[in-house]
Design a protein around this ligand. Sequence first.
Ligand code: PRP
Length: 212
Amino acid sequence: MDDYLNIALPKGRLGENVYSLFASCGYECAGVMDDSRRLVFENADKKIRYFWVKPWDVGVYVERGAADIGVAGKDTIIETAPDVYEISDLRLGKCRMASAAPEGFTDDGQAVLRVATKYPNIARRYYSSLGREIDIVKLSGSIEIAPLLGLTDVIVDIVETGRTLRENGLRVTDVISEISARLIVNRASYRFRGERIRELAKSLSEKIPESD
Ligand code: PRP
């Protein structure tokens, strides 16, 4: 193990915003935002190393210690429950986990409710809390199309602006939880590099606006 702080960033727009936040706190690293296929970047002076990984995989890298820290959406954290510390809410990538149904649909509670989702654990837990029997159809994306095609009755998915729902004739039926990007930390790293990690988390929190 070298003395670099290894940071897993979620590829995509959220990750770019997260990196900008880190850079604004003095944790910049040349090349991270370049248009290239490289995935690993180091700043030798600051002893930091960034990796771009798939958003759903951040928890795996951090849990297993390949990254000391990472930024993951609360949606993936709830769904995959990695064994890590969640130490702060970066208040970026805000959205909601919600159930949604076609306009005019009412659940009469009779037949088993068919639910399309990328989040089977979240959906199962939510409907189980309501005592509702469901049949989960696990999809990888474009969830909103499932009720339109009669594949399912309803969906459980992320809603940000609500535009995808609206443009597909769906409406939110319940908000299951508020979602945003969280800073997660490997348990051993927190023990051995805790001071450095807490200092980073403090700088980040000072830059994050209190509310929208
Ligand atoms: C996410 C989510 C919704 C959409 C919500 O999809 O699954 O489909 O964004 O955003 P909105 O409320 O602002 O319309 P994503 O773009 O990740 O693509 P996906 O369909 O592949 O999941």
